[in-house]
Design a protein around this ligand. Structure first.
Ligand code: KG4
Ligand code: ZN
Length: 350
C-alpha cells in the first residue's frame, strides 16, 4: 500500500510517500523559518497561509520523485493534531480532498505518534515494549509503548517543553528563531563548568519535568553578565553550553529512571530536540553503562516531517482504520487517548 503523508501542524510543510513493501519512496519539506523569523516565533495565521501555498506543490514533487502518478496513491494520512488549529485544518482539508478525488481512504494521525514512529522507520526497528522520550517544541514526555497505539504516559513537563526552553534561551541570548539548533551550535564552543544551572526536578521522585525555572536562571545570569557590559561571544557560548548541559543532564537522569522503573532495555528518542548531538552522545554513553540501548531517527526525521505521518498512517490504514465522514482536527490531544488500530473505526475498505 502506498500512503501519501501530509504534515502541517506548525511551521513546516512536510509531505512524503511511504510504501508498506518498499519503505520510504520520497519526502519533501518546506520550512517556514524565513516567514516567522522577523516576528521571533511562529505566527499561526501566516503559518496557515504558507501551508496553503506549499502543500500541493510538495505533493506533486514527491509523486514525481517517486516516479509515480497520483493514481498510484492508495491512501492519504495527515496530521490531525495536536498543533495550530488553522494549520491543521489546511492539511486535513487538502489531504481529505486529495483522497476524495482519488476515491481512496484518508486518516488523521496524532502528531506525537508520528514522532514516536519515526525511529521505527529504520532498517532495524526496536521490539516492543520500549520507552520513548518525546522532546519537541511543544512536548517533553516519557512514554511506555507496549504496542503500536498502546501508550502509557510515564511523565511529562509541567510547564515549558525542552524545545521551548531552548527557544527561549536563544531569545535571551539574542539568537534568531528557531533557537534550538543555534543554541546547540553556540554551545559547542562553550565551557560547561563556568555557570551552575539547576537540574530541575531530578531530586523529586517520578518522571515529570519542569524547565521554566531553568529559563529564569539563564535570564538572571545573562542580566548579571550584561550589567558589566555587552556579552562577549565567549559569554554567550558559555551560557549556551551550561544551559544545554542542564537540560541534557535532566533528560538523561529521567530516561535512566524510566528504563529502570519499567524494566525495559530500549529507549527511543524523537522530536526536534532529539536532533541535539550532545543529548544523543550523553544518552548513548549513559544507557550503554546500564546495558540498554538508545535509538533515534536520522536528524531530518527528528523534526517535523511528512515521512513519520505517512508511516504511522500506513500502519493504521493497513489495519483497516480510516477517517469518519466528518473532518476531525484537535488543537489539544493527549497521546494516551490513542488505541491500537481497529478496522471498526470506519468501514472504508482498501
Ligand atoms: O518536533 P519539532 O520539529 O516541532 C514540534 O513538534 O514542536 O521540534 C521543534 C523544536 C524547537 O523547539 C527547536 O528549537 C528544537 O526542536 N530543536 C533543537 C534542535 N533542533 C531542533 N533543540 C536543541 N538542539 C537541536 N539540535
Ligand atoms: Zn513535532
Amino acid at each position: 500500500m502506498r500512503v501519501l503523508g501530509i504534515e502541517t501542524s506548525c511551521d513546516e510543510t512536510g509531505v512524503a510517500l511511504y510504501d508498506t513493501e518498499r519503505g520510504l519512496l520520497a519526502d519533501a519539506l518546506y520550512s517556514q523559518i524565513a516567514v516567522h523569523a522577523e516576528y521571533g516565533g511562529v505566527v499561526p495565521e501566516l503559518a496557515s497561509r504558507d501551508h496553503i501555498r506549499k502543500t500541493l506543490p510538495l505533493v506533486d514533487e514527491v509523486i514525481k520523485t517517486a516516479g509515480l502518478v497520483k493514481q498510484d496513491i492508495d491512501a492519504v494520512a495527515y496530521t490531525s493534531g495536536p498543533g495550530l488549529l488553522g494549520a491543521l485544518i489546511v492539511g486535513a482539508t487538502m489531504a481529505r480532498s486529495i483522497a476524495a478525488g482519488l476515491g481512496v481512504p484518508s486518516l488523521g494521525i496524532h502528531h506525537m505518534e508520528g514522532h514516536l514512529m519515526a525511529p521505527l522507520l529504520s532498517d532495524e526497528p526496536p521490539d516492543y515494549p520500549f520507552v520513548a522520550l518525546l522532546v519537541s517544541g511543544g512536548h517533553t514526555q516519557l512514554i511506555r509503548a507496549n504496542a503500536f497505539g498502546d501508550y502509557c504516559l510515564l511523565g511529562e513537563s509541567l510547564d515549558d517543553a525542552a524545545g521551548e526552553a531552548f527557544d527561549k534561551t536563544a531569545k535571551l541570548l539574542g539568537l534568531p528563531y528557531p533557537g534550538g539548533p543555534q543554541v546547540a551550535r553556540l554551545a559547542e564552543q562553550g565551557n560547561p563548568d563556568r555557570f551552575s544551572f539547576p537540574r530541575p526536578m531530578v531530586k523529586h521522585p517520578g518522571l515529570d519535568f519542569s524547565f521554566s525555572g531553568l529559563k529564569t536562571h539563564v535570564g538572571t545570569c545573562i542580566r548579571d553578565l550584561s550589567s558589566e557590559g555587552a556579552l562577549s561571544p565567549k559569554d554567550k557560548a558559555d551560557v549556551a553550553r551550561c544551559f544545554e548541559e542542564a537540560v541534557v543532564d535532566t533528560l538523561v537522569i529521567k530516561c535512566k529512571r524510566a528504563l529502570k522503573q519499567e524494566n525495559v532495555r530500549t529507549l527511543v528518542m524523537a522530536g526536534g530536540v532529539s536532533a541535539n548531538k550532545r543529548l544523543r552522545e550523553r544518552l548513548q554513553s549513559a544507557l550503554g553503562q546500564l546495558g540498554a540501548e538508545v535509538l533515534y531517527p536520522e536528524p531530518k526525521l527528528c523534526t517535523d516531517n511528512g515521512a513519520m505521518i505517512a508511516f504511522a498512517g500506513a500502519l493504521r490504514l493497513a489495519a483497516g482504520e480510516s477517517d469518519p465522514d466528518a473532518p476531525e482536527v484537535r488543537a489539544r490531544w493527549p497521546i494516551t487517548e490513542l488505541e491500537p488500530p481497529t478496522a471498526s473505526k470506519k468501514g472504508n475498505q482498501l
